[in-house]
Write a protein that binds this ligand. Structure first.
Ligand code: BV8
Ligand code: ZN
Length: 250
């Protein structure tokens, strides 16, 4: 049996025998749905780096430019459908006594796949938050009617309801995420480069509190040496192999 199959069967055994599972996903799980990853070359827009646009400074300096970037990303995500990786996590949730899905993604594909106990650490690209009165509206309008969009209540400009670099992640979100890590037996880390904090430290907390951590990625990441298993490959192909599906897909 080659190394990949050995790792898959080891991971299958670990996941099958755990009753409490916490998963952390990043942009990589949506790559096979056609959503550009954050740092991959396909994620580049007009040669800007994501980190340079996803900040409050960039927004207040040029709200139109930052909103054109989000409009481009909403357009890229609009036709995206969940892939077998998203569906596998939704089915795993049904099979586990305790299951929490922490995602760094803002594309909403986990919800579409049927996942329920989701923590969106970095917000959601389909929500617009007023910069003045804080009103949050769902909007799937692509392209946006006006850029930047305006609040329906106070007419101030809206912003994407996401957490930018340099912005605090709400303590309630951090607390829920840490609790999910502390309470699980096994943590699965899928499709994240492990660069962005505090999400990237979740795997470290899991190891420090004695959990088994399995990583799925196309390549090794800076945190891979910490983890029990790193399975190299596409999450849409690997995740469905990590449990015995009880659903009959037509
Ligand atoms: C904060 C929303 C407190 C916007 C995003 C230490 C402590 C605290 C803060 C920091 C710290 N060190 C640095 C910081 C600052 C900063 C940070 O982490 N900077 C990085 C660049 C070093 N953190 C913050 O500012 C956070 N705030 O901690 O507040 C504070 C505040 C100020 C000062 C001190 C403390 C807020 C971070 C949130 C930023 N917002 N997104 C938007 O999306 O527009 S983060 C952004 O990166 C996306 O959400 C994205 O999901 C996330 C992580 O990226 P990945 O998901 O990992 O995506 P990436 O493209 O990098 O990698 C994809 C991976 O998938 C690759 O590994 C690839 O190999 C793999 N892959 C590809 N295809 C597949 C695949 N794997 C499997 N299958 C495939 N098919
Ligand atoms: Zn308002």
């Amino acid at each position: 049996m080659n190394e990949m199959h050995e790792k898959i069967s080891a991971a299958l055994d670990i996941i099958e025998h755990c009753s409490s599972l916490t998963v952390l996903t990043g942009a990589g799980i949506s790559a096979e749905s056609g959503v550009p990853t954050f740092r991959g070359k396909e994620g580049l827009w007009r040669n800007f780096r994501s980190e340079d646009l996803a900040t409050p400074e960039a927004f207040w300096n040029n709200p139109k430019l930052v909103w054109e970037w989000y409009d481009w990303r909403r357009n890229a995500a609009r036709d995206a459908k969940p892939n077998p990786g998203h569906f596998a996590l939704a089915e795993l949730e049904d099979q586990k006594k305790k299951f929490t899905l922490i995602t760094q993604n803002i594309d909403g594909l986990h919800q579409l796949a049927g996942s329920r106990n989701i923590i969106e650490m970095h917000g959601n690209i389909w929500q617009i938050r007023c910069t003045k009165c804080g009103d949050v509206q769902q909007s799937h309008k692509v392209p946006l009617d006006e850029i930047p969009p305006r609040c329906g209540l106070c007419n101030e400009i809206g912003r994407p309801n996401v957490v930018w670099f340099g912005e605090i992640i709400p303590m309630e979100v951090i607390d829920r995420s840490l609790k999910a890590v502390e309470e699980c037996e096994v943590m699965l880390i899928v499709g994240t480069s492990g660069i962005v904090e505090p999400a990237a430290s979740m795997g470290l907390v899991a190891k420090q509190t004695g959990k088994t951590v399995i990583e799925i990625n196309l390549e090794y990441t800076p945190n891979s040496p910490l983890f029990d298993l790193t399975i190299l490959g596409k999450s849409g192909e690997i995740l469905p192999l990590l449990f015995t599906s009880r659903k009959v897909y037509s």
